[in-house]
Design a protein around this ligand. Structure first.
Ligand SMILES: C[S@@+](CC[C@H](N)C(=O)[O-])C[C@H]1O[C@@H](n2cnc3c(N)ncnc32)[C@H](O)[C@@H]1O
Length: 318
């Protein structure tokens, strides 16, 4: 097994982005640099790439791996919700392609002390950006019971959310991942199937800690704004809630009309900013899933910039 996070659907991403010699690309979620490296290797002379991540530790590894490409790789610690501004500052406005590979990396999941996994006993952290003030502990121990239940329901699709929130509030202070997993398991009871009873609750708290859905909304708008004519955007997600956000945001951007269905005639004068390159979502091959089980839930969507109008879709999305 590689010492690094195994990038998902690399060939599909490189071909979706139509990587070209001397092109300009942005990897919004560089992680350990697997996709960035593949983009740099895909054309000669190599393209230039702006590599973003909020995780300073991941960027350090990426920096080492991309070193051989010198000035062709520019690394910046930044949240991709700011991609439009960061691209402008670094000469990447009008880019040929952007990649978002959202969520967390194997490095983060496997590093017990980061607190992402109930398989390691660690303080409740779950921050991608360790300089951020709010960690999982603030949510688990600080949210009022109803708000905690809402997080677990909305971001984890957990039907037993109220029950779990009550059990957590009664057990406060909850200090570690193991304690949290035990509280959730006791209140949910044993489930059939392979998934651990605390999986959904951990996912929900991680999404809330990192404000992941709002970042995706804003990141997509910024990414489209940053693309040059016929530039391509590739987005990989890992669960249905994320994919739904991407699917509806891209459909909205691609729509000729965004009037409510009840409107008797079109009054929106909406102009599409992208075209959808693949109507059906792209999934990893059976071979890739065999080689890397963590790729199995990955879904890739691709869009192409079709005009340089301001991307002014209504925010937040309907
Ligand atoms: C699935 S991993 C990417 C792996 C990468 N493609 C590779 O080949 O190694 C997702 C990465 O996105 C980063 N990330 C998550 N949210 C972010 C955000 N809002 N802005 C920038 N990076 C973010 C995480 O820190 C993590 O390193």
């Amino acid at each position: 097994m590689s010492a690094y996070h195994t990038p998902v659907m690399v060939d599909e991403v490189v071909s979706a982005l139509r990587v070209k010699a001397s092109g300009k690309y942005i990897d919004c979620t560089t992680g350990e640099g697997g996709h960035s490296l593949a983009i740099l290797e895909a054309a000669k002379p190599p393209p230039s790439i702006l590599c973003l991540d909020v995780d300073a530790e991941a960027l350090q590894t990426a920096r080492r791996r991309l070193e051989a490409y010198g000035d062709n790789a520019t690394l910046r610690r930044a949240n991709y919700r700011e991609v439009a501004a960061v691209a402008r500052e670094n000469g990447f406005a009008g880019a040929d392609g952007l990649l978002l590979d959202v969520g967390l990396s194997s490095l983060q999941l496997d590093k017990g002390e980061r607190g992402f996994s109930f398989r390691h006993d660690a303080p409740l952290d779950m921050r991608f950006d360790v300089s951020q003030a709010v960690a999982a502990s603030e949510i688990v121990n600080g949210y009022e019971e109803g708000a905690l239940a809402d997080v677990i329901y909305r971001y984890g699709e957990e039907r037993r959310s109220r029950h779990i929130a009550r059990a957590i509030v009664r057990s406060r202070p909850v200090r570690t991942t193991t304690e949290l997993a035990e509280i959730v398991s006791r209140s949910v009871g044993r489930r059939r199937g392979r998934i651990h009873p605390a999986t959904r609750t951990f996912q929900a708290i991680r999404i809330a800690v990192n404000d992941e859905f709002d970042n995706i909304h804003r990141g997509l708008a910024g990414a489209i704004e940053t693309l040059g004519a016929e530039g391509r955007l590739a987005v990989i997600t890992y669960h249905s809630l994320e994919d739904r956000i991407v699917k509806s945001a891209l459909r909205l951007q691609a729509a000729e009309c965004i009037c409510p269905p009840s409107a008797p005639e079109c009054v929106c004068e909406h102009e599409p900013t992208v075209r959808l390159v693949n109507r059906r979502v792209i999934k990893p091959s059976a071979g890739e899933i065999r080689a890397n089980a963590r790729s199995r839930s990955a879904r890739l969507r691709v869009a192409e910039r079709i005009n340089q109008k301001q991307t002014n879709y209504p925010y937040p999305l309907p």
